[in-house]
Design a binder for this molecule. Sequence first.
Ligand code: NAP
Length: 286
Amino acid sequence: MSATLLDGAATAAQIREGLKPRVQRLRDVGVVPKLSVVIIGDDPASHTYVRMKAKACRGVGIESETYTLPHNATQCEAEEVIDHLNVDDSVHGILLQHPVPKHLDEIRLLNQLSPDKDVDGISPASLGALVAGVAKFIACTPLGIVELLDRYTIPLEGKRAVVVGRSIILGKPLALLLLQRHATVTVCHTRTRDLPSVTREAEILVAACGRAELITGDMIRPGAVVVDAGYNRVEGRSGDVGDVHFESASQVASYITPVPGGVGPMTIAMLLSNTVRAAEMRLEMR
Ligand code: NAP
């Protein structure tokens, strides 16, 4: 079998096009949707992601601004910036770029985000709301994965889904979303015994473990839908490498996401979509 590509780049482009008229409608009534990104420290990859997000915002007419704090910023300084953005009426979405330097309490910073502006959907309040099924904003990467599956009309209800990874930004919220969509979900992690025997049960398999090419073709059930959320830098290889070994996996899977061009663009599209929705929700509350 040779799998069909789940083209995240093309799907994300369609989503961005769909956002433009919504942004225009907001602008027509004097509301300019605005995303504020807070980045702390000088991790080059994080700065690249922030630049990509700012460019994507501009592309659909969302205003974006970046608050850059030095790597030795104190907890208090970081909290002050978030406090300021929480009360600034011109700001609709706030994103705290992950990771923050180790000396800072990231959960406390996320806890401080106004739930009405947490367009990245990973604050404890937003994650708790997802558990309760009442989330205003859902974490962008899990949301992007489910949106991509939906756009390819891949059914989730009743399916055996396996998520490899249990981070709070990806594995856990994705498992909850899939559960909400009536999949039967198993979550794997580093203590999972005999990972291949679990992944081979999956009709929907999501690799979100940050281990280059961990998932190989022999770990995949024939005909499974395989989503690769991984982005790994590997020495001696140019470009990013996914968590799935694409060559062997695409021989077994029915559908598969490429890296790059799969989950990554969908994540950014969901961030834009959440920001536009935040602005629309504020307008409705007026
Ligand atoms: P993370 O916080 O490092 O979490 C990795 C998870 O995978 C952990 O739960 C870990 O288990 C599990 N894991 C690691 N090695 C494993 C193994 N050998 N077998 C089974 N489980 C294993 O990573 P993350 O932030 O969720 O990111 C995961 C991947 O997605 C990375 O490649 C990252 O770059 C990528 N990512 C992509 C996007 C995007 O927009 N495309 C967004 C975010 C992340 P334990 O809990 O037991 O440690």
